[in-house]
Design a binder for this molecule. Structure first.
Ligand code: CA
Ligand code: CA
Length: 190
């Protein structure tokens, strides 16, 4: 009997270790016709420091976080047309660890699908916590060339370092207007 209990205990422990839950999330993609790019200036990613930027060309990734540095389209990150197929990624840090319930990504393509994204990946430090496909041309699927991708995390995530990665769609560098954090309370209301 003792042996049996011991074995049961072991089995339970093994199961608990193996069952470390994968992060789960919900994605909503909708038209964002007024072009609102969440410029409230109050979200937790506002003014984030850029740690690494891959394949963003001459764009300034701070434009994802409330900045207006891009000469061509102030306030937007425009991926370069060279190697556009690779998409781009930006690793960034908040001033201190923050807890988010999700995020909103504001995108716009050129109506014909150029500069559209075909998918996103979002990392808490180096851990992938949300990802999904995006269909472009955006107008065909979502009814407007400007869209808002809302991601709600089932469990809030806390970190200082984050990373966003956008896969390219039909061509030319992917355009992103802004990436806003949602506090856990905000995420509940989305
Ligand atoms: Ca912006
Ligand atoms: Ca913002």
């Amino acid at each position: 009997m003792k042996n049996l209990i011991f074995l049961t205990g072991l089995a339970l422990t093994a199961q608990m270790v193996m069952a470390a839950p994968e992060p789960t999330f919900q994605v909503t993609i909708q038209a964002n016709p007024d072009g609102d790019a969440g410029a409230s200036g109050k979200d937790l990613f506002e003014g984030a420091k850029i740690l690494e930027a891959d394949n963003v060309g001459s764009s300034d990734p701070r434009d994802l976080f409330g900045g207006f540095f891009n000469n061509t389209e102030p306030g937007h990150l425009l991926g370069p047309d060279e190697n556009a197929v690779l998409g781009w990624s930006v690793k960034f840090a908040t001033a201190r660890p923050v807890t988010i319930g999700g995020f909103e990504l504001f995108l716009a393509d050129d109506s014909n699908g150029a500069r559209g994204a075909s998918g996103f990946k979002f990392y808490q430090e180096n851990k992938l916590i949300a990802s999904g496909p995006i269909i472009n041309p955006y107008s065909d699927k979502y009814g407007n060339n400007q869209i808002k991708v809302t991601v709600k995390l089932d469990t809030p995530a806390t970190a200082k370092d984050w990373k966003i990665e956008l896969q390219a769609g039909l061509g030319y560098g992917v355009r992103a207007l802004e990436l806003d954090a949602l506090s856990p309370a905000e995420a509940k209301n989305r």
